[in-house]
Design a protein around this ligand. Structure first.
Ligand code: HEC
Length: 565
């Protein structure tokens, strides 16, 4: 989403900008860009300084870069950084009628032609830039053809040295395919760990395999059409490639995963990782993907890496950490943070311990206090133990990051009747009351970080139909299948609009945009990823079992989006 300075659009702009979509044939390869080789060697430092100007708007002196818009109004800040409009990849962007052209070295230093005109060669829309005309473009807003730019492109009062740095950086940007793509094939991986239960793993992988198979049938048809297309139309089909799926299976301790992933990527590089299903936190995979600049798209995980958002990993939801935040928010809204407040979790079980840690931190940040009880690995609290635990929360709130089996003792003890509220996670406890006594149900509140069951069936109509048609529908792995289908359809959609530029940064940029406009949103009611953000769904409901409706889950709050999202 780009916030634009208000401008009145002139017709020639739209025409000229349409050429940003110009077909790449005839553009020099990255190595042929004048000066590109020297940039890499002697100019590495210059390019690095140029990158700071381009992405961060910071001049070598440390001063902020200013841009002049609409008759010399000087602006600084994010919205005049080059990357804000031309994007991190340099490949530009299209937002409805607004088109920002590509500024990668290979494109700028070649003539720009329209994509659709007849052979032998399309007319030139603008001649190639030279270092001198490129510097003039940035400083004075004059194109290679001598025409002034649309006022949307700011002018930049930079000195010669600063412009040299920026130009050195633009030359390093190019549209050469990233690893994992060749003339015929695009390689993708998905990641599973050996701790995942076999039926879940199969249900998940079935979706990827069926999707790839279908995609390749379509690609064969497109390629055949391309082979018979008139030469001037070949460009329209050229981006089609066979999709090749590599299943990277991780074994052993998570600490050993990065090395296993690095070995896979070294042996058979992939362009991107689509979805994924591991037992435990996604963090080790996240770190690998960020270090390798490898897009990792919408893994099916409750435990994403949240400490520092990366660029290459995009998630569906913040998962259990989000649930902890929403639980805190609800307790605060209900005035229940004053206590007694007790939480129970399993030590050394990441899906229990992680939300518990987050919850305690959030409660304390709001000035509350929480008594924490960790169930040691291997222990199973019986009714007596639960009696003691619930006793500490009597008249107050018990928060349990546990599944139904762990709560059997609480139901048996009868102690839940003394609680004012019991908070559970649907990700851990499930969506049905199970053995929870009827008297407890009215005081139980469950955090539910996606669409409620009835709405969810409606959201999943498309994937359910497709899965059934392929004979792979597995309702017990509903979420994993829906998430995989989401990751696959968005990746397919992004590749279709990438105009044959197989650049990983560009894939991420296109996905950001697609996420917001997705018609299929997995189990979430809406998805969107703002610039700098890496989670597509941002909130949760607080729900309860409704005795009037067969104990179906109903929401007792609106969709709560906590601050952190
Ligand atoms: C607010 C959005 C915006 C920002 C910020 C911005 N540009 Fe642009 N830029 C545009 C638009 C729109 C055009 C197309 C202008 C036209 O063709 O009339 C453009 C055109 C260009 C062109 C000409 C491309 C061609 O094919 O002729 C270059 C080069 C360029 N920008 C470089 C930069 C650099 C370098 C920066 C940062 C110092 C920058 N731009 C910042 C929007 C922006």
């Amino acid at each position: 989403m780009i916030a634009w300075p208000q401008i009145v659009r002139s017709a020639p702009l739209v025409l000229l900008l349409a050429c940003a979509d110009a077909w790449a044939s005839g553009w020099p390869a990255a190595g042929e860009v004048p000066g590109a080789a020297t940039t890499a060697a002697a100019g590495g430092e210059a390019a690095a300084a140029g990158a700071r100007i381009y992405h961060d708007g910071v001049l070598p002196s440390g001063a902020p870069m200013r841009g002049l818009v609409q008759g010399d109004i000087a602006l600084s800040g994010q919205q005049v950084t080059c990357g804000w409009c031309h994007r991190r990849s340099g490949l530009g962007a299209t937002e409805g009628q607004e088109v920002v052209p590509a500024v990668t070295g290979d494109i700028l230093y070649a003539p720009l032609r329209t994509p659709t005109s007849k052979p032998p060669l399309a007319p030139v829309l603008r001649p190639p830039y030279t270092d001198a005309t490129l510097k003039r473009a940035i400083r004075d807003g004059i194109g290679a053809d001598g025409e002034p730019f649309d006022p949307l492109m700011p002018r930049y009062p930079l000195d010669d040295r600063q412009l040299d740095l920026l130009v050195a950086y633009l030359k390093t940007l190019n549209t050469a395919p990233d690893p994992g793509v060749d003339d015929k094939t695009i390689h993708f991986a998905t990641i599973v760990s050996d701790g995942v239960e076999p039926a879940r793993r199969k249900a998940f992988l079935d979706v990827l395999e069926a999707f790839f198979a279908q995609k390749n049938v379509e690609t064969r048809n497109e390629s055949r059409r391309a082979a018979h297309a008139p030469r001037h139309k070949a460009w329209a089909y050229e981006p089609y490639r066979k999709w090749d799926l590599h299943v990277w299976t991780l074994a052993g301790a998570p600490e050993s995963w990065p090395a296993q992933l690095a070995a896979e990527q070294a042996e058979r590089p992939v362009f991107a990782v689509i979805s994924g299903l591991v037992d435990g936190p996604w963090q080790p995979v996240h770190d690998f993907c960020e270090a390798q600049a490898l897009p990792c798209l919408f893994p099916s995980t409750d435990l994403p890496a949240t400490a520092a958002p990366g660029f290459y990993t995009v998630y569906l939801s913040r998962g259990l950490g989000l649930e902890a935040d929403v639980a805190t928010r609800h307790l605060a809204d209900e005035g229940l943070l004053d206590g007694p407040l007790v939480q129970v979790y399993r030590a050394n079980a990441p899906r229990s311990q992680a939300p518990a840690e987050r919850f305690a931190a959030q409660v304390r940040a709001r000035g509350g206090d929480v008594t924490e009880i960790a169930i040691p690995a291997g222990a199973a609290p019986d009714a007596d133990r639960w009696q003691a635990i619930a006793g500490q929360a009597a008249g107050g709130v018990l928060v349990a990051w546990l599944d139904g089996a762990d709560l059997q003792g609480l139901w048996a003890s009868g102690a839940a009747a003394g609680l004012r509220r019991l908070y559970l996670s649907t990700a851990l406890y499930g969506e049905t009351p199970g053995a929870m006594p009827a008297a407890v149900r009215e005081r139980a509140r469950l955090v539910h970080a996606h669409a409620l069951p009835a709405e969810r069936s409606r959201l999943l109509v498309r994937s359910t139909g497709w899965l059934r048609a392929k004979g792979i529908y597995a309702p017990q792995a509903l979420r994993e299948q829906a998430n995989a289908f989401f990751a696959l359809s968005l990746t397919g959609g992004a590749l279709r609009v990438m105009r044959g530029f197989f650049v990983r940064d560009y894939l991420i940029e296109k996905l950001e945009h697609m996420t917001e406009n997705a018609t299929y949103t997995s189990i979430y009611e809406r998805t969107a990823i703002a610039p700098g953000q890496r989670f597509a769904s941002h909130g949760a409901y607080i729900t309860r079992f409704d005795p009037a409706a067969d104990d179906a889950l109903i929401a007792v709050t609106d969709w709560i989006v906590p601050q952190a999202d």
